[in-house]
Design a protein around this ligand. Structure first.
Ligand code: ATP
Length: 380
């Protein structure tokens, strides 16, 4: 086990775009240190540099500048196989001609570990991943989920200093993915190997991570605990990236203690206007999570009228896709599972096009600079 430190890592690829600002691609000036034994998750939109960063740590890619340390060791010039890291990819690539047991043992054999130790270790790892009944099978005799467990097991069996996982669950179906995710978390708690995990999936990021690193176009946007990333996003990009459905963000103009939203008005608290020194005519972006938009019986000065455009029954709750009345500004809001029944026991389609009053709880309101996306409220 080991810490991992990145010191000002950049990787530039030569782009083909004629636009100078799009010619730089890759990652730029990334620094962070993962303490020994922690589980960090890299997230961000496609192309933000997650895999490149992971490959640089693994030694499969060379940084244009900057340094990588594994523990106290500078590994910039250390080849991948001598870095003592194990990497698992989305396409798990097991050795097809070897049995599960042989696949698990391979890394240890290559390092000259003795036979008795290998047998013991293969047994332990297979048991912890619940593949101990499959040890004699070849990969093609396994389901996708089983193959992925073997790939994870092969990496764990080597007892590497660092575990690098690049979207390891994305080929699995939803149920298997949930199970394997929980098992991965338990496994990490047992073995405590420093882990860096790349994913597109916010639920994976939130549930697995000690800390989440949000990347955007090659830069670090924010590093924080799942709670911080979800509740205290540094800017609009992070605010709308994490969470399903994402945080609602919509334009509003301030005027005399009112937010003007389309042709609607909503009270803006005096204290807030004073704190942000809001000027009449100032345009801002307001943000609120779907779960903090509350349906209220009647319109009030601090509620908005919205039109129902879509209803998705999700079982535990109902997702309402609405738009602010008189505008095309879309919002998501979460109502409870029985909501449509309570409204009058009508079928969902009869509710489309009807209007609701929703209250924006000021306690959960975020305000962003409409140009830079920077968070203006709450204060940082
Ligand atoms: P995804 O989530 O889609 O897998 P990612 O966040 O992992 O994306 P990377 O694969 O790390 O992103 O790529 C980061 C950027 O670098 C992208 O713009 C990509 O096109 C570019 N890039 C990656 N590898 C190369 C390469 N070998 N040559 C040129 N550009 C590359």
């Amino acid at each position: 086990m080991s810490s991992v430190k990145l010191d000002r890592i950049s990787r530039k690829f030569t782009g083909t775009s004629t636009q100078p600002e799009q010619r730089f691609i890759g990652i730029d000036d990334i620094s962070f240190e993962i303490p020994d034994g922690e589980f960090w998750v890299l997230v961000g939109p496609s192309g933000c540099g997650k895999s490149t960063l992971l490959r640089i740590i693994a030694g499969l890619e060379t940084a244009t500048s900057g340094h990588v340390y594994i523990g106290d060791r500078l590994v910039d010039r250390v080849p991948a196989r001598q870095r003592d890291v194990a990497m698992v990819f989305q396409n798990y690539a097991l050795y097809p001609h070897m049995t599960v047991a042989e696949n698990l043992a391979f890394g240890m054999q290559m390092r000259g570990v003795d036979k008795a130790t290998i047998e013991l270790r293969v047994g332990d790892v297979a048991k912890s991943l619940k593949i101990d009944t499959l040890l004699d099978r070849k990969p093609k005799q396994l389901s996708g989920g089983q193959q992925q467990r073997v790939a994870l097991g092969r990496a764990i069996a080597r007892s590497p200093q660092v575990f690098l996982l690049d979207e390891p669950l994305s080929n699995l179906d939803a149920a298997l993915r949930d199970n394997t995710r929980s098992e991965l978390k338990q496994l990490h708690q047992q073995v405590g190997i420093t882990t860096i995990y790349v994913t597109h999936d916010c639920v994976e990021a939130m549930t697995l991570a000690d800390r989440i690193v949000v990347l955007d176009r090659g830069y670090i946007k924010q590093i924080g605990t799942p709670y911080e990333i979800y509740h205290q996003p540094i800017d609009r990009m992070v605010a709308t990236f994490i969470g399903t459905p994402p945080r609602n963000v919509f334009p509003a103009t301030y005027h005399d203690r009112q937010w003007l939203i389309g042709d609607r008005q909503l009270t803006c608290e005096q204290a807030l206007a004073d704190q942000l020194k809001l000027r009449n005519g100032q345009g801002l972006s307001l943000g609120i999570r779907p779960e903090y938009l509350k349906i209220v019986p009647d319109e009030t000065p601090d509620s908005l009228s919205v039109r129902i455009d879509g209803i998705e029954t999700l079982g535990r709750e109902t997702l309402l896709k609405v738009s602010i009345a008189g505008t095309t500004i879309p919002l998501n809001l979460i109502a409870d599972a029985e909501w449509s029944q309570r409204v009058g026991n009508v079928s969902s389609s009869n509710l489309l096009g009807t209007h609701l009053a929703v209250r924006l709880d000021p306690q959960w309101l975020f305000i962003f600079d409409p140009t830079t996306g920077e968070r203006l409220y709450p204060d940082r």
